[in-house]
Design a protein around this ligand. Structure first.
Ligand code: PEP
Ligand code: MN
Length: 337
């Protein structure tokens, strides 16, 4: 951390800061500028709070240098971490594509979607059984029946599955059925849920919160990891901005940035990011070009009849054609699908 002293700070006040740092095991280094004194301090960041430096007379501000997330930080590992889900591995050379409908609606819908996305090269099947809808009057999901269906279709097609959990009750159900647990954008800061998901040890797909900064997102990952579950995959799914022609604004810069800050794999969801199926292919391609470790794409056998998010869903033909393009993009940046 850096302690910036007031312009008018006295020598005694500087000494008091130095003494307090030393008492708490921090090494300090005094920098005398033309106009002010700055103290660089190195020590255990978790003890910064007990120092109470801001309360000392003569201290203008205390600026932390190290990131507050430890386990999620790039420095915590030598290289990128790998998160396996079934036969798919996030974070390696493969770009892992998760595909499937927004919501589980019926056996026929799920089976057709699973077969088609598998044929086209998807590695993981998705389907929401507990849906966090903006309106309480909208379809809320098939809940446990939906999970059962998703698991059955996963088994039939040999695809691992991912589904969203919203609370401890849905989590208790989902752990029995799915291979990966999704924490949605609305629950990114549901800290109790993050801890509970962490205790399961199952791979977690952690979406970025609607208005979350990258630091808040990484701190959410830290909540899962501190419980002993390091299998976290981050998912950029667009953030709230003033723009209204798209559902959200896809923050592509988050991909290379998070990969620099963290060892965790990062994937992109161009479906929820744009809300418009016509924008999904270019954003999916851009995400791979920017270094994404995977994609989450909503695919429905008959999007106009979807009970949820039909406007942003691709039909199986559109998905297959997109996968062709994505393979070429992946190859161009040294990855494979
Ligand atoms: C979803 O994936 O179905 C979903 C609800 O996503 P998000 O949490 O990103 O809105
Ligand atoms: Mn959806």
């Amino acid at each position: 951390m850096v302690v910036v002293m007031d312009i008018e700070a006295t020598e005694e006040q500087v000494q008091e800061v130095n003494q307090r740092l030393a008492e708490h095991g921090f090494a300090s280094h005094l920098i005398r500028g033309v106009n002010r004194i700055v103290i660089g301090a190195v020590g255990d960041r978790s003890r910064m709070g007990e120092l109470g430096l801001e309360l000392l007379t003569g201290v203008e501000k205390v600026v932390p240098i190290m990131a507050p997330y430890k386990l999620a930080s790039r420095d915590a590992r030598g290289g990128p971490s790998l998160v396996p889900v079934g036969n798919a591995v996030f974070g390696g050379p493969e770009v892992v594509v998760i595909a499937g409908p927004c919501a589980v609606e019926s056996e026929e819908q799920m089976l057709e979607a699973a077969q088609k996305v598998k044929e086209a090269g998807a590695a993981i099947m998705r389907g929401g059984a507990y849906k966090p809808r903006t309106s309480p009057y909208s379809f809320q999901g098939m809940e446990k029946d939906g999970l059962e269906l998703l698991a059955r279709v996963g088994q039939k097609t040999g695809l691992p599955t991912v589904s969203e959990v919203m609370d401890r009750e849905s989590l208790a159900q989902a752990v029995e059925y799915v291979d990966m647990l999704q924490v949605g954008t609305r629950n990114m800061q549901n800290f109790k849920l993050l801890k509970a998901v962490g205790r399961t040890g199952k791979p977690v797909l952690l979406k970025r919160g609607l208005s979350a900064t990258i630091e808040e997102w990484l701190m959410a990952a830290e909540y899962v990891m501190v419980e002993g579950n390091e299998n976290v995959v981050l998912c950029e799914r667009g953030i709230r901005t003033f723009e209204s022609y798209t559902r959200n604004t896809l923050d592509l810069s988050a991909i290379p940035l998070v990969k620099r800050l963290s060892h965790l794999p990062v994937i992109v969801d161009p479906s929820h990011a744009t809300g418009d199926r016509r924008l999904v292919p270019p954003m999916a391609a851009a995400a791979i070009a920017a270094g994404a470790d995977g994609l989450l794409i909503e695919v429905h056998p008959d999007p106009p009849k979807a009970l949820c998010d039909g406007a942003q869903s691709l039909n199986p033909g559109q998905f297959a054609s997109l996968m062709g393009t994505l393979k070429a993009v992946a190859e161009a940046v040294g990855r494979e699908i």
